[in-house]
Every structure is written in structure tokens, then in C-alpha cells.
Write a protein that binds this ligand. Sequence first.
Ligand SMILES: Nc1nc2c(c(=O)[nH]1)N[C@H]1C(S)=C(S)[C@@H](COP(=O)(O)OP(=O)(O)OC[C@H]3O[C@@H](n4cnc5c(=O)[nH]c(N)nc54)[C@H](O)[C@@H]3O)O[C@H]1N2
Ligand SMILES: Nc1nc2c(c(=O)[nH]1)N[C@H]1C(S)=C(S)[C@@H](COP(=O)(O)OP(=O)(O)OC[C@H]3O[C@@H](n4cnc5c(=O)[nH]c(N)nc54)[C@H](O)[C@@H]3O)O[C@H]1N2
Ligand code: SF4
Ligand SMILES: [Mo]
Length: 720
Amino acid sequence: MTELPLTLPVVGTAYRTCPLCEATCGLSLTVSDGRITGVRGDPDDVLSHGFVCPKGAALGQLDEDPDRLRTPLLRRGPRQSGTRQSRGELSPVGWDEAFEAVAAGLGAVIDRHGRDAVAMYLGNPTVHTLAGGLYAGPLRTALGSRNVYTASTVDQMPKHVSCGYLFGHPLAIPVPDVDRTDFLLILGADPYSSNGSLWTAPDLPGRLRALRERGGRLVVVDPRRSRTAKVADRHLPIRPGTDVYLLLALAQELFAAGLVAPGRLADHLAGLDALAELVEPATPQAMGERCGIDAGEIRTLARELAAAPRAAVYGRIGTTTVAAGTVTSWLVDVLNVLTGNLDRPGGAMFPLPAHGHRGRGSGPGFTVGRWRSRVRGLPEVLGELPAVTLVDEIETPGEGQVRALVTVAGNPALSVPGGDRLGAALSTLDFMVSVDPYLNATTRHADVILPPPAPAEQSHYDVSFYHFSVRNVANFSPPVRPLAPGALDEADILLRLIAILSGRESWRSIVDGRARAEKLVDDKLRAGPYGLTLDKLREHPHGIDLGALEERIPEILRTPSGRIELCPDPMAAEVRRLIAGGDGGSTGGPGLVLIGRRHLRTNNSWMGNVPALAKGSSLCTLLVHPEDAARLGLVDGGHARLRSRAGTIEVTVEVSDAIAPGVVSLPHGFGHDLPGVRLSVAGREPGVSVNRVTDELAVDPLSGTAVLNGVPVEVEPVSP
Ligand SMILES: Nc1nc2c(c(=O)[nH]1)N[C@H]1C(S)=C(S)[C@@H](COP(=O)(O)OP(=O)(O)OC[C@H]3O[C@@H](n4cnc5c(=O)[nH]c(N)nc54)[C@H](O)[C@@H]3O)O[C@H]1N2
Ligand SMILES: Nc1nc2c(c(=O)[nH]1)N[C@H]1C(S)=C(S)[C@@H](COP(=O)(O)OP(=O)(O)OC[C@H]3O[C@@H](n4cnc5c(=O)[nH]c(N)nc54)[C@H](O)[C@@H]3O)O[C@H]1N2
Ligand code: SF4
Ligand SMILES: [Mo]
């Protein structure tokens, strides 16, 4: 203990950026003998001003979870063909032995089959840890495989692609300037439950309340009367997967009514005329029939959007993980441009983080498809392949077949469509290593599990989400307490993996991961636009406020033309196909369509083991509208069989008029009752994985993103 810097509050109050979701709230932790005995929102945090949600408040329980792995696990026993479960149990080992096994296991596959035979899956918390934020890129490079997969293709990849085409850079994603706007149109997001995504704005409920209190308006488009929809001025229940038609009609109406007014942006636009021509046939009348929203309603909405002094359009999961995800995401920003709201205060703006940098106003632009997946021929996007096709690459024999897998902070067996098939495929791999604190549906298939320490034992600077923050802020959190005996900082784990994959023997001598990570942050801050240093941040435990968002066009653009490419060819081709009647979503038809949802007490698949979040009624219920329930003979609390092309599951029914007729909703991240899983709390109310019925064959063609919303299903009652 004597070597510890004196600033470590082993006892007392520690301030920390919450790493559990994108809101980056400042937490005030009461620490006693290294234990987190209390969690409150930090009232002095420069961005969150004291806000905290049930997950952040449960950080102490997460920290102490007895099921969280404290040492590496290694599966011993003879390696035979067939399933790995026949190869012995996972048992605790020291770090050196674990890494020796990783070096041997990955080395053998690379030597025999080449680098493409090793796949990597990077999950969501990769972007929530300092180590992941800094070293995921180098890890991918060190692997040098075409088989890189991430949670992006079950999430936000359409937004990267659409912004890549529009602005030339896949990370140039504008966020609603919620604190200064007068009108906010939200499609397919429920920030009251999710706390915002690609939109770092702690206390969105408070910010949205403030918007309405100053006379602004909130319109929510969602097939379900979500918590956010409940507080909105207007809720438009749309048919799942058809937001593209609503947005096309809004654009059409703006042109037809002479309401297009890009203002200052006019000098920076290319393709405005082409866009006008493209959307011309998409009248509110024609499109309204497809999305289930009245033409008059669409015209009104277009006029309100145009008339608001400052307005922003925002779309999330319900607009990205759908069949037309990329075109839908593109249209969200097209509307921001057409109304002159892109890059103006109160509109949709581009943050400039303290570790970021200004651009030069033009660049090489954006392309996809530099390679294709071996089995399904799906295009590479941002150096990765669609998560839904990982299973094909493992199952299908031949040159280039995937034989080994590295997962970091991912649970694809529950998070990716076709989860059952993927789980079975994982058990046939020659080798699998997971960097993960839990033994869960995915990691139970690993040969080696390398657990990162508890969040409280790691330093944090939010490398990812300051790119999406509604104010430019910077905050650094030192560890709350020293590493537990036998623990290894996640930076050390990833740096060792990088060295192993690069074929460097030196991995054995890596010990200074955290210091290297912090030095890297310091370098980036010094080179950044505000000339900050890590020491400066250490002096400000509640963060430094760098001010409201400012205009960034044209500097941020990286298109070859140096303009906003409003009507890129791939979008135009897709729009023509959609208008001509290609399927944009699962509309019409006599059957039901399935969508997802989130609850404040969940965090994708992995926080269900925290007692405070697990208590209360089961969250894994199928929402069914009363009319559908009556027609199908379903009763509240009863059981139903849910069938899709991909699979069949049994679920508990919750009859509710919050869901639109013809639509059913089941949340993801459940199904914790698989053999070998060590989640004693989550296992008591395991629920069922919705990704056993979502369809791994259905993707948004422009981004390879899975269709998680708008899945055709059949539902029938079953006796329990
Ligand atoms: N049907 C349906 N499926 C969905 C969605 C949906 O809306 N509907 N949502 C999708 C979305 S948006 C996402 S982002 C994905 C998420 O997909 P994934 O990222 O694959 O899954 P998560 O549930 O986030 O699992 C995170 C994993 O990281 C581990 N972990 C937690 N903390 C740490 C840490 O500090 N370090 C490391 N190394 N590991 C850690 C957890 O134990 C867990 O195994 O799911 C997607 N799947
Ligand atoms: N509590 C909690 N917070 C989370 C997470 C979590 O698991 N739990 N996950 C985090 C992650 S990884 C992410 S990516 C974000 C996601 O953040 P959000 O996108 O805000 O997530 P959801 O709450 O799922 O909201 C999606 C909404 O889209 C609606 N929807 C479904 N299909 C359609 C459609 O076709 N059209 C329209 N217009 N709406 C549709 C759903 O009914 C739902 O209300 O949340 C993050 N925050
Ligand atoms: S909203 Fe997100 S960042 Fe804030 S306390 Fe909750 S989980 Fe943590
Ligand atoms: Mo996500």
C-alpha cells in the first residue's frame, strides 16, 4: 500500500465518471476500506449536475458482485473435435499461465490456417472503458484478420455510414443541441429509458422537461407509447421499420411547399437539386399509407419543423436496426440540413472533444466494401463485417474458415440475431479467448477468460462519448482503490494480447498498461483543441466545462468536394428501390411484427446480476395490444409461443395498450439459464433471448446492420 499515490481515496469521497452508459454522469462515491458504500450523482459535475440512474446507483453492488471473475479461467483437457463442453471445466489459473495458453492457442490457429481464421468480436463496453477506447483499434490491427466483428452492426453502424457519405467521416455524427432547441423530433429512441445514445446528455428527462418549460415542443415517433412518448407533445405510433417513408415524405413536403431553407449551409452543399428530384414521388399521401401516419399529420409536422426557430431531428435504435437503417439515418440529417438546423445552435451540432481535433474541410471521403465476407458476400464497413454473419464464417468449411475467436466485452450469443446457432458454432471452435468479467452465454464457450478488474479499480477518461456530448466537457477519474491482489488492469490485458497477436515475445514483460494508457490520454489532450493536460483534469474532479457546442462546418467536412454530399449515389439508388415498392419494413400483412425496447434497470445483456437491478417484476415480457390479445386468445400474465423464420421461443405476455395494434415488443439481453453460466442472481429470473427469433439473414444492405426491429412473427397461446 505504501507505493500508492496519496490521492487514492481508499477512505472518503471519490468522484468518478459512470462508465455504464453513454450519459457519462459524474458520480460521488462514498468509499470505506476500499468498498463503495454509497453512490450519489455528483451535484458539482459540470455536465450531469447530480443526475444518477438506477444503474449508476448500483455501481457498488456491481463492484462487489461475487460472480464477477477475479482471476483468469482456463479450460484444460484434451483438445478434440466436437464440442468444447466435453473438454473439461474452466478453472482458475494465474495470469502467466492464462496468457501462455492464449499465445499457444491463437498461435497454433494462425500458423495452420492464417490470420483470417481468427475472428474478433468487440462488444459494447469496449467503448465504455479507457483501455477499450484506446486499444481496440491497435488490437484489430495486430490481429490483421478480415474477420473483425463488433456490436456496431447490431446497433449504430447505419449512422456511421450515412454520416460517412454526407460529411466524409463516419464519426462526424451531429447531436441534438437539446438545451437550446425549440423543437425536437425523436424517432425510434426512448431516452427516458436508455438515457440517450449517440447523444451524451445526462438527465435527458430533465433536459426535455426544460425544453417544454421554455415553450419548446417534443414529438416522438414510436410504435410504442414509450416513457419518452408519454411526456411528448405528440406521439405518432408508426409501423415498425417504416420511418424511412415518413422522413421521405417530410423532405418531399419541405420541397413541395417551398420550405427548404438551408441558410448558411447553402454554400457548403452538393446535391440539393438531385435530392429534390429523388424525393419528388414520395408524397405524404403515398408514404403515409406505408408508414401508417396520416398525410395531414405529415404535412403539419413538416411545417412545424420548418417554422421552429431552432429544431433538431434525432433517430436511434428504431431507425438504425431496421431494414432501411442507413437510408433512414441519412434522412434524419437531410431534414436537419433542409431546415437549416444542421450545425447551428439549437439544431444538430458536432461536438469537439478535448482529445479530438479540428479538420481541414475536405478529405478522402468514405467508402465501404473493401472486402466481402467469405460466405454471404456481405461488404466490409469500417474494417468490419456484419455480426450476423460471424456464425456463417465459423460453420462453413473451406479456405478461410474461422477456427478461433477473440471476444472483448461482448456477448454475441445473446446480443446478435441467430444467437442459438452462434452459441452452437462457438462450441466447435479450435480456440476461443474472452476478455470479460463474467462467465455468461458467450464466455462459457471460451478456453481462456481474462477478467478485467472492477470499474472502481481502473482509471477512466471517456474516449468515446465526448464525441457525442451536448456540451464539450472533459473529466478524468483516477482509480477509486488500488487493483485487488491478482487483478490486472484491462490496459495490460489488451496490450499483452496486442503483443501476442503481433508475434512479440515481449508480452511477458508488459506491466505498465495503466500508466501507458494515461500517458496516451495526456498526449491526446495536449495535442487537442483546448491544450489540456491530464494533470489539469486531475485538479478538477468534477470535470472541466469547455463550453456550448460551436459551428464546425466546413472545417469538419472530409468529403473530397469539401461539401456536404446531400444525395450520395448509394442512398439515391436505395431510395428509388424503396419508393418503387421494395420492402423497407414489415408493413401491412396479417401477421404481427416484433420490435425491442429497453428498461431503466437493464444494460443490454450484462447487468442483470446486480441485485438492485434484478429485483421487481420480470422485465422480459411480450407486450401485446389488447385487440391482438383478444383476437389471438392471449391473456395478461399468460404464456405464448412466438415464432419467426429463425426460431421459436416461449414468452410471458403483458397485455398493454402502450403498444400499437399489430406490433409486439420483447426486450433483448435475457436468457441467462444456459448450462455453465455463472450468474446466480440473473439466473433466478433468466427470461428468454429475443435473438433466438430475430433473423440473422435480415440486414440493412448499406451497412450490414441486423434488423432487430420489424421482424415478422406469429404468436399463439400456450398452456404453461
Ligand atoms: N434484439 C436486440 N438485440 C440487440 C439490441 C436490441 O435492441 N435488440 N441492441 C443491440 C445493441 S444497441 C448493442 S450495443 C448490443 C450489445 O451487444 P454486446 O456488446 O455483444 O453485449 P453486451 O450485453 O453489451 O455485453 C457486454 C459484455 O461485456 C462484458 N463487460 C462488462 N464490463 C466490461 C469491462 O469493463 N470490460 C470487459 N472486457 N468486458 C466487460 C459483459 O460481461 C458482457 O459479456 O446488443 C445488441 N442486440
Ligand atoms: N436502461 C438501459 N439503457 C441503455 C441500454 C440498455 O440496455 N438499458 N442500452 C444502451 C445502448 S447499447 C444503446 S445503443 C442505447 C439505445 O438507445 P435508444 O435508441 O433510446 O433505445 P431504446 O430504449 O431501445 O429505444 C428504442 C425505441 O425505438 C422504438 N422502436 C422500435 N422499432 C421502431 C421503429 O421501427 N420505428 C420507430 N420510430 N421506433 C421504433 C422502441 O419502441 C423503443 O421505444 O441505449 C443505451 N442505454
Ligand atoms: S444514466 Fe448512464 S452514465 Fe448516468 S448513472 Fe445511469 S448508467 Fe451511469
Ligand atoms: Mo448499443
